[in-house]
Design a protein. Structure first.
Length: 413
């Protein structure tokens, strides 16, 4: 089936009623977003999954949206985190989807894309926020001042997540790291898990999920200044089968074996790690704790909220327009709407964050979440009968940007 058959120019007010059969929420659109007359119905690409595209006349020009409507009430449908097998690694969304057998997907969290402020330090490619894939905790959030991406709206943080619980319901939440490093003599709080940036004075744990990229970046910058110099006081300890097996003054690189944890300390954390001795027994414990839900999460991705309870967050930027990716939750968490804007030259003005909140509300979402945008924005979907996904939008850089993770949509016959 050709791309042209999928081309749909729909009013944003009508899209949701077509995709979900739901009444539109609330008041008139905010942020200068208006609709156009609907023409062609969306296309079902798999059981419980529909795809559509439409124009959005916005304040700074026409944007073009690509939308996936995912019915989580359908027992054949699920969503999960797609990632390249390591936290510190990147791959194109289409590759992530095809390797996992997803029928559709979008890019995910913001990430450590460059290190121009720290010459000689390797950009890790690791994501900003917490990540859980198939119920497995992969990482925790970096300090707010260490994030990449646009400024966070007031009251949000790098710990904010979009997740789906073991109950099959999607929701917005916040997830904090709870962990410790214990010896017979002391107990140290754990300040990080597989993160490209650790809080000043803390100890972070790196596991086999991290990958082989250097851990040096974790000791650069501060909690409030990503560009601050790397720490001059660092220490690394390798714990294998519960015992200290090696030390180093500088964080290293290379794969970490299963059952092995590398502890990286900076400033006060480094000073505490220097007290450990070769062969000493060490127990490292870590978990992510949700602020709101008591239901365990099967899938979690980082970003930041823009809409809660049908209302846009206060202080959303309405000046800077860009190509965006977003996710929306409705029907008590039983429906997930994934939106990616087109990056073709005629649509590249995109939307402001305030307009993203407005459009997600018009699509029926009560809660909405902003994901990475710009050159990362990618939406892929299989045409019915195809063995691989196709890229539905035009990435703004002209080709897919490798990303650390994405939201995969899976559907079985």
């Amino acid at each position: 089936m050709g791309r042209g058959r999928f081309r749909t120019v729909l009013t944003v007010l009508a899209v949701w009623s077509v995709l979900a059969g739901a009444a539109l929420v609330g008041a008139a659109p905010a942020g200068g977003v208006e609709g156009a007359k609907p023409s062609v119905a969306p296309v079902a690409i798999a059981p419980g999954v529909a795809y559509s595209e439409f124009d959005i006349p916005a304040a700074k020009g026409v944007a073009h949206a690509h939308v996936l409507s995912v019915d989580l009430r359908d027992p054949r449908v699920r969503v999960d985190l797609m990632y390249p097998g390591a936290v510190a690694a990147r791959a194109p969304v289409s590759q992530l989807a095809d390797v996992r057998g997803a029928v559709a997907g979008v890019n995910g969290d913001f990430f450590n894309i460059t290190e121009t402020q720290h010459p000689g330090v390797e950009a890790t490619g690791a994501s900003v926020g917490p990540a859980i894939a198939s119920g497995r905790t992969l990482k925790a959030a970096v300090p707010d001042g260490q994030r990449f991406g646009p400024a966070l709206p007031p009251g949000t943080s790098t710990r904010d997540v979009l997740g789906v619980g073991t109950d099959g319901r999607a929701r917005l939440d916040s997830m904090a790291l709870d962990g410790s490093v214990r010896t017979r003599a002391t107990r140290l709080p754990l300040g990080g898990l597989n993160q490209y940036a650790l809080p000043v004075g803390s100890v972070g744990a790196f596991t086999s999920d991290w990958g082989s990229v250097s851990r040096l970046r974790a000791t650069c910058g501060t909690d409030t200044d990503r560009a601050a110099p790397c720490s001059a006081d660092t220490h690394e300890v390798t714990v294998e089968d519960g015992r200290v097996v090696s030390f180093a003054d500088t964080p290293g690189s290379g794969p970490i074996a299963a059952g092995t944890t590398v502890l990286v300390g900076r400033e006060a954390g480094a000073q505490q790690l220097r007290k450990l001795s070769l062969g000493e027994r060490v127990k490292v414990r870590h978990r992510l704790v949700a602020a709101a839900s008591r239901i365990p999460y099967r899938f979690v991705v980082g970003g930041y909220p823009v809409l809660r309870g049908g209302q846009p967050l206060a202080g959303l930027d309405n000046a800077t327009a860009a190509v965006r990716t977003a996710a929306g939750v409705s029907h008590g968490g039983r429906r997930l709407t994934l939106l990616a804007l087109d990056g073709a030259p005629e649509f590249r003005t995109g939307l402001t964050i305030a307009e993203v909140a407005a459009i997600m509300r018009q699509l029926g979402s009560l809660d909405a979440f902003s994901l990475d945008g710009g050159g990362s924005t990618t939406l892929v979907a299989r045409e019915p009968g195809a063995a691989a996904v196709s890229i539905r939008n035009h990435p703004s850089a002209g080709a897919e940007r490798p990303v650390p993770n994405g939201i995969g949509v899976f559907s079985r016959p």
